[in-house]
Design a protein around this ligand. Sequence first.
Ligand code: F6P
Length: 557
Amino acid sequence: MPSRKIPSVSELVSRPATNRLPAWKALAARSRRSGRTGLRDLFAADSRRASRFTVEALGITFDHSKHLIDTKTMDLLFDLAEEAGVTGHRDAMFAGERINVTEDRAVLHVALRAPKGAVIEVDGENVVPHVHEVLGRMGRFANKVRGGRWLGHSGRPVRNVINIGIGGSDLGPAMAYDAMRKWASDDLTVRFVSNVDANDFVEKTRDLDPEETLFIVSSKTFTTLETMTNAHTARRWVLKAFDGDKAAAARHFVAVSTNAAEVEKFGIDTANMFGFWDWVGGRYSMDSAIGLSTMIAVGPKRFRELLDGFHDMDEHFRTAPPRRNLPMIQALIGIWNACFLDADTVAVLPYDQYLDRFSAYLQQLEMESNGKHVTLAGKHVSWGTCPVIWGQPGTNGQHAFYQMIHQGTRIVPCDFLVFADPVNKVGDHHDKLVANVFAQTEALAFGKTLEEILAEGVDPKVAPHKVMEGDRPTSTFLCDKLSPRMLGRLIAMYEHKVFVQGSIWRVNSFDQWGVELGKKLAQAIIPELRSKDRPRLKHDGSTNALIRKYRGLRGRS
Ligand code: F6P
């Protein structure tokens, strides 16, 4: 096979505006003309529609036939991906090019899950051996904790593990712990503290014995306000139990970070630090050392299965032709919905209680990655970018917000995720659960007309209220079984979906400057809230008034 040329970073930056691409223009015209052709008509016109718009790979059946698409629309979307140069961009990422242009960094979370023999280079150096060296250290440490051989300062084995981190240093591990609960050790209590609100720390530690508790301070930068505040509180909590003996910290704190200097400054021995690299973005880091709490919970073997699942999807994304490529198709349909059908949000609805935190995890992955308004070249985009991502596990959501999805005035495309084989086989729960998925997507797609309702003999005054317009687009991901490996595949599928969308929208999916201003302002406001003397405030009128009011309520001048 001829090897494709990998575009340089400057070529990526100078690609033409997305809305000038012929396929984009054709899609815009098409959405005006036929974007609203109803699903009833689309299914009636094509008896093979369901199979035509279903793709299977890696134990995931992705039915996208209940979207407002047809063959021509899909052809144009694949043309769009080609004209936008998505595959070249993808290859540049896998080749370690510095595609995170605003931070001048490579983007290589795919290296975190590469098998031992793989070669992935950054600046001519193969990073895979480094990844496996850290995984090996993590494994030995995890086994010690799991085996009761990591002792606290008083010589008692650690039984409680608390990850302190926020954003990418919390959401992935917290989500994965819930998702893999079934495989987690029953001998350990694993918890996550993230919020700078002390209620989080207090509630997560109130029933724990400090002598049996290990804190993993997880922070890429080791400077994040929330994490460092919680870490200092944790240290005070531990030292109190040992009458202030500072030596106790060594047995009760380990760190996960890229910043050895700050870890040392905090007082954690760098021998107990697990590192990662600047080419791992925070929200793409759950399979780096940031996953240490996950590995302790489920063990190194299950953690490797999780990584293998990620790697399966990496290979699929890298090698499968666009028309068989799960993340590519998912991304393109998302672009159709968001940019051409004006859908502002996407609901992610996992029908599995173990995926309770999946939507929260995806919120950071998608919205921090693609919630951008300038292109790689720094020009304001002339198209919409990331929609709002939200959701809850089914069936709970059905009894809360689905009403709006069925009959509201806004179109909310939904991702339904469900597993054929239940983790817990209890009575007929699972068939009932799955029936609800299929019923929801059927109702959302085809609705119920006024005529159908009247034909049922419903009072004509009530009948309009019962009309379901249908044409609510949904994706169904019917997966074999929730397992560590399948979880890895699903997360990687969303990661690569985000990549494809970011590539088409031309944004840098790997920086997050938008969160900086608020952080900076908070740092300035903290002393204004805490100072004994009345501060001289120089904010806007509203912020000044709120600061004064708060100080007054707290009895400060
Ligand atoms: O909120 C911004 C952010 O930088 C995220 O991107 C990141 O995941 C989170 O803060 C935590 O950062 P750190 O791991 O450096 O503490």
